[in-house]
Design a protein around this ligand. Structure first.
Ligand SMILES: Cc1cc2nc3c(=O)[nH]c(=O)nc-3n(C[C@H](O)[C@H](O)[C@H](O)COP(=O)(O)OP(=O)(O)OC[C@H]3O[C@@H](n4cnc5c(N)ncnc54)[C@H](O)[C@@H]3O)c2cc1C
Ligand code: FES
Length: 308
């Protein structure tokens, strides 16, 4: 088992994401695995005692045990986490898009999966204001967890959920259950108008933001183009926004330097003055590492014109 001290550092002018102190590698067992619609699956893994409970926005690396078609683990956001007498159950919502996730989709109950985590920095849900969760398609996964954490803390949030069509509003029942359980509100948008507003979730945000209780804090996850639009909107509106990013990853722990995201000019200027103080497993003044500096970033931290 590997254990490493986690680090907590400012994300945006002193905003600090909460991160459990340690990650470790452990063998987990598939306890539930079902279809979630539109090519998506809902997976629950039981991890042993001693595996730190992730925070919303954190991720784990899932390594399929041999024989497996893929060598490297696959990063996955945690969509739910609860303690059990034997350890904890972690839930995931994923799309089977390639060799790794298709192999994952074939695992029956009782199968073993090696889990490394919890990794990265989560959403700073403690930032004062109404949490407005903005989800695009399968990007709803970490926001389901955020909604659950807010509900447990006795807080309310607004969830804006968009997808290309009604079928791709995956885990909608789950989202509704969590939001209504806390007295929050669910707002929907689809590109084809088959459910909710016809248009993107960013158009929905633009349309209803003024009617949501102020001050508002955005927490978003979805395709990068959507996150770039949310980031630009938030900067125009002077609304804090935190975006859960993705990058193709190998190690997930800052070692391989394989998951760079370009920093904004402001972040580059700020960090180049403190180059010697950037921890070795994080990025450079030029590039952030998605796995250790993120995956959740404040809008002003990244250069959205250089992100694909
Ligand atoms: C921090 C983080 C959290 C994630 N959370 C989730 C989640 O909750 N649910 C989920 O379904 N997926 C999530 N992903 C994406 C998931 O890791 C990839 O879809 C997966 O690695 C693809 O592996 P594969 O072997 O099935 O596909 P591959 O054969 O490796 O690739 C298949 C296709 O997917 C693309 N792809 C691979 N990795 C990514 C990526 N990170 N982002 C976008 N496209 C990618 C490839 O370019 C290729 O077109 C997350 C990724 C990161 C970095
Ligand atoms: S995945 Fe290796 S440094 Fe981020």
């Amino acid at each position: 088992m590997t254990t490493r001290k986690g680090r907590v550092a400012p994300m945006d002018g002193g905003v600090v994401a909460k991160t459990p102190a340690v990650w470790r590698q452990a063998s987990s067992t598939v306890v539930r695995h079902r279809d979630a619609g539109a090519g998506h699956r809902w997976l629950e893994l039981e991890v042993p005692r001693g595996f730190a409970l992730p925070a919303p926005g954190q991720f784990v690396q899932l390594l399929i045990e041999p024989p497996s078609p893929v060598l490297l683990p696959r990063p996955m956001s945690v969509a739910s986490a609860r303690r059990t007498p034997r350890g904890a159950t972690l839930g995931f919502l994923y799309a089977a898009v390639g060799a790794g996730t298709r192999a994952l989709a074939g695992l029956p109950s009782g199968a073993s999966v090696t889990v490394l985590g919890p990794l990265g920095r989560g959403f700073p849900l403690e930032v004062e204001g109404t949490p407005v969760l903005v989800a695009g398609g399968r990007g709803v996964a970490p926001l389901l967890f955020a909604a659950e954490a807010l509900r447990r803390a006795g807080r309310r949030c607004e969830l804006l959920f968009g997808a290309r069509d009604a079928a791709h509003l995956v885990a909608l029942t789950e989202a509704r259950r969590r939001i209504e359980g806390m007295g929050g509100r669910l707002h929907l948008a689809t590109d084809d108008g088959s459910r909710g507003l016809r248009g993107t979730v960013v158009e929905l945000l633009d349309r209803i933001a003024a009617h949501l209780p102020a001050p508002r804090v955005l927490h978003a996850c979805g395709p990068h183009a959507m996150l770039a639009a949310v980031a630009r909107w938030s900067m125009r509106q002077h609304t804090p926004a935190f975006l859960a990013m993705e990058s193709v990853m190998a190690c997930g722990t800052g070692v391989c330097r394989g998951c760079p995201l370009p920093r904004s000019e402001a972040a580059r200027t700020r960090l180049s003055r403190h180059r010697d103080r950037i921890p070795s497993l994080m990025g450079s003044p030029e590039f952030a590492m998605c796995c250790t500096d993120g995956p959740v970033f404040a809008a002003a931290e990244l250069d959205w014109n250089r992100i694909e």
